[in-house]
Design a protein around this ligand. Structure first.
Ligand code: SAH
Length: 350
């Protein structure tokens, strides 16, 4: 017997072709697609309007295997962290972040990460594999259901700020976003999706060329090459000038401002020169800035900056007409905050 295939790895066109080959009417592909991506069923048996002979045949060759929650932790601030069990037994994490006006899903795109940012807990896990489109879609759907169950509110935002680098899993991330946004999928607005990247210039240009409709955030943390390279090795191969050039390209094609994510650390990037470099970059690249509170991950080199330093950033940015927000840490007590996702529940830390 041949090995069964993941039914959700088929594109709609492939599904159509398969069913035509089985002499089934064309509309069956639409019905099945709707069960898979709009209704989000977890088994072929749940497809009620599909005739028995067809569902039996599908089951003979295909499986649907959604993610499962291995464990769920709830923070005192309402944040929920899920340990997500994938079909090969690996784990990633996803986070539901509730605020008075939003329910945000923070999802992972890879198991582990290859980028080695010094301040991030996920970097301590080696990259094991990319997530498939259905594994990313499932995280979003599961958090939507979790929001309804726990807060009686639907999902309002999706951020690719969990484990992994989404632009290093380009095809699958875009395919998942397609399922999340298209009318015969979850029909979720791309304006409410943000992809966060460490900043891979070639892939940022590709996003712009592909005319994506979602938002882009870049984890910057310093606008000075030496400093950025010392905390984010990616900067050696993609220095700030090259990154800036790709972001200007993005803006020219999409007309959407990017968001710089920026953590301020004591003695690393809390001097006036650091602030001035950021202001200069923001004048070059149409952007806004999220000043993120640092979440401690056990490395003594990185200390949260004094409030005065963060305030200096905010003031100088404002003075120069650049919008800046301070993003408070959420879910820190359960290691669900930015940079803390590292599967204390499962994967070994190398
Ligand atoms: N690889 C992508 C997606 C991860 S997003 C990216 O780098 O953007 C996770 C965000 O949290 C990034 O902005 C990252 O720089 C930030 N981060 C990592 N470790 C952190 C920490 N310990 N405290 C606060 N933010 C952190």
């Amino acid at each position: 017997m041949t090995k069964k295939k993941n039914l959700r790895s088929l594109k709609k066109e492939e599904l159509k072709k398969l069913l035509l080959g089985w002499k089934e009417p064309g509309f069956r592909a639409n019905q099945i697609y709707d069960w898979l991506w709009a209704k989000g069923v977890s088994s072929i048996d749940e497809m009620h309007n599909i005739p028995k002979h067809l569902s039996s045949r599908l089951k003979e060759f295909f499986f649907i295997q959604p993610i499962k929650f291995d464990s769920i932790q709830k923070s005192s601030d309402g944040t929920i962290k899920n340990a997500v069990l994938l079909r090969d037994g690996l784990l990633v994490e996803s986070v539901l972040i509730p605020t008075p006006d939003r329910i945000t899903a923070c999802v992972s795109s890879q198991v582990g990460c290859s980028l080695d940012c010094n301040f991030c807990a996920t970097a301590r896990l080696k990259r094991m594999r990319n997530l498939d489109p259905d594994e990313i879609y499932d995280q979003v759907l599961a958090i939507h259901r979790q929001g309804l169950e726990n807060f009686n509110r639907p999902l309002t935002n999706v951020v690719f700020m969990g484990m992994g680098e989404p632009l290093m899993n380009y095809k699958n991330v875009l395919s998942a976003i397609e399922k999340i946004t298209q009318p015969d999928g979850l029909n979720f607005s791309p304006k409410r999706i943000t992809l966060s990247t460490v900043g891979v210039p070639k892939m940022i240009k590709r996003l712009a060329d592909d005319k994506v409709k979602f938002n882009l955030a870049v984890s910057l943390h310093s606008a000075i090459n030496d400093i950025r390279s010392s905390i984010m090795p990616i900067n050696d191969s993609a220095p700030i000038e090259e990154l800036a050039e790709s972001l200007v390209y993005w803006y020219r094609l999409t007309r959407r401002k990017i968001t710089f994510e920026y953590v301020v650390w004591k003695e690393i990037n809390d001097k006036i020169e650091d602030v001035e470099a950021l202001v200069k970059l923001c004048k070059q690249v149409p952007s806004k800035v999220n000043l993120i509170e640092y979440n401690f991950i056990g490395d003594k080199r990185f200390k949260r900056a004094e409030n005065e330093s963060i305030d200096l950033y905010r003031r100088k940015l404002k003075e120069n007409g650049i919008s800046a927000h301070i993003r408070k840490s959420r879910g820190e007590d359960i290691d669900a905050a930015c940079g803390q996702l590292a599967n204390k529940t499962g994967l070994s830390i190398n």
